[in-house]
Design a protein around this ligand. Structure first.
Ligand SMILES: O=C(CO)COP(=O)(O)O
Ligand SMILES: O=C[C@H](O)COP(=O)(O)O
Ligand SMILES: [Zn+2]
Ligand SMILES: [Zn+2]
Length: 309
C-alpha cells in the first residue's frame, strides 16, 4: 500500500477494457467519501488536485490527508496534479511527493505544447513520476475555444501520434466533445467516437484520458433545485458513452462536478429539513456519505473497476 504511479493501473485498465476514476479532492470529507467507496469496492484510485484545490486547502493539507487515507484504508493511491499550467507547478508537485502530474499545454500552439510537455516529462521521469499531457481544447472552459466550431478544437489523431512520440508523455487527455462543469451540452449529448477510435487505433496500448466526464445525474440536479438550488438546464455525459469510451483506450475518467452536485444536494436537504442544526458534522457527514455513494456508483456502473486493484 502507498502512493503509486498510474502505470500499472492503466496497463490493467487498458487490457481489461475498463477505466480508473480520477476524482478531484478539496477537503477531508471529500477524500474520506471517495476512499471509503474505493476501499469497499477494492478499486484502483486516482485522487487529483487542481490549482484551485491547492489554493483552497493548501497542498500540504491535501497530501497529508491522502497519506492518512492510505494508512487508514490500506489502498494504493495515485496522487495526481490536475491541469498543471507550467513547468514550475509540475516541478513543485513532483518534488513534494505527487506520483503523477498533468501538464496542460493545450492552450499553447502545438510546438510550444510539445516543448513544455517534454520538459516536464524529462524532470518527472527522472524522479519516478508519470505525466499526463493534453492535446485539443475542451469546449466552454479552455481559453480561446470557439464553441461554434468544435471540430477546430478537437484532438487531431495524426497530431496525437506525433505529440506522444515527441514528448514521451505517459497518457494523453483528448478532446472529443466533453467539457468541464455542469452544462456540457445545449442539445443532445454527442461525443466524436470516430475520432476516439482513430486515435486509439493509431496509439495501440497507449492510455487516453477523458476530462469533463461527469454525467450530471438528473436526480441530483433535481434534488439541489428542490432544496433551493438554481441550476436549471444542467447536462452531462451519458453513462453509456463513458462505458463505451473505456472500451476504446480511455483508461482515466475525470470526475469532479458529480461529487460537487452530490455533496451540495445532500447538504441543502439537511439545511432545509433541519433549520435548527448548526454543528458542521451534521451536514458534512451526510455530504461525505453522498460522495461515497456517488463514487461507489461510478466504480460499479460506469468505470467497471470494482475488484480491479
Ligand atoms: O475533468 C475534470 C477535472 O480535470 C472534471 O470534469 P467534470 O467537470 O465533468 O467533473
Ligand atoms: O478541471 C476542473 C476541475 O473540476 C477542477 O476544478 P477547480 O479548478 O475549480 O478546482
Ligand atoms: Zn486543458
Ligand atoms: Zn480537467
Amino acid at each position: 500500500m502507498g502512493l503509486v504511479t498510474s502505470t500499472e493501473m492503466f496497463k490493467k485498465a487498458y487490457e481489461g477494457g475498463y477505466a480508473v476514476g480520477a476524482f478531484n479532492v478539496n477537503n477531508m470529507e471529500i477524500i474520506q467519501g471517495i476512499v471509503e467507496a474505493a476501499a469497499e469496492e477494492q478499486a484502483p484510485l486516482i485522487l487529483q488536485v487542481s490549482a484551485g484545490a491547492r489554493k483552497y486547502a493548501h497542498p500540504v493539507y491535501l497530501r497529508k490527508l491522502v497519506e492518512a487515507a492510505i494508512e487508514v484504508t490500506g489502498l494504493d493511491i495515485c496522487l495526481h496534479l490536475d491541469h498543471g499550467d507550467d513547468f514550475e507547478i509540475c516541478k513543485t508537485c513532483v518534488d513534494s511527493g505527487f506520483t503523477s502530474v498533468m501538464v496542460d499545454g493545450s492552450k499553447h500552439p502545438f510546438a510550444e505544447n510539445i516543448a513544455l510537455t517534454k520538459k516536464v516529462v524529462e524532470y518527472a521521469h527522472d524522479h519516478g513520476v508519470v505525466v499526463e499531457a493534453e492535446l485539443g481544447k475542451l469546449a466552454g472552459i479552455e481559453d480561446d475555444v470557439n464553441v461554434d466550431t468544435p471540430n477546430a478544437t478537437y484532438t487531431d489523431p495524426d497530431e496525437a501520434v506525433e505529440f506522444v512520440e515527441k514528448t514521451g508523455c505517459d497518457s494523453l487527455a483528448i478532446t472529443i466533445g466533453t467539457s468541464h462543469g455542469a452544462f456540457k451540452f445545449k442539445g443532445e449529448p454527442r461525443l466524436d467516437f470516430e475520432r476516439l477510435y482513430k486515435i486509439s487505433d493509431l496509439l495501440p496500448g497507449f492510455p487516453l484520458v477523458l476530462h469533463g466526464a461527469s454525467s450530471v445525474p438528473k436526480e441530483f440536479v433535481d434534488l439541489c433545485n428542490q432544496y433551493g438550488g438554481q441550476i436549471p438546464g444542467a447536462k452531462g455525459v451519458p453513462e453509456d458513452m463513458l462505458r463505451k469510451a473505456a472500451k476504446s483506450g480511455v483508461c482515466k475518467i475525470n470526475i469532479d462536478t458529480d461529487l460537487r452536485l452530490a455533496m451540495t444536494a445532500s447538504i441543502r436537504q439537511v439545511f432545509v429539513e433541519n433549520p435548527g442544526w448548526f454543528d458542521p458534522r451534521q451536514y458534512l457527514g451526510p455530504g461525505r456519505s453522498a460522495i461515497k455513494a456517488m463514487v461507489a456508483h461510478k466504480i460499479k456502473n460506469v468505470l467497471d473497476c470494482s475488484h480491479k486493484r
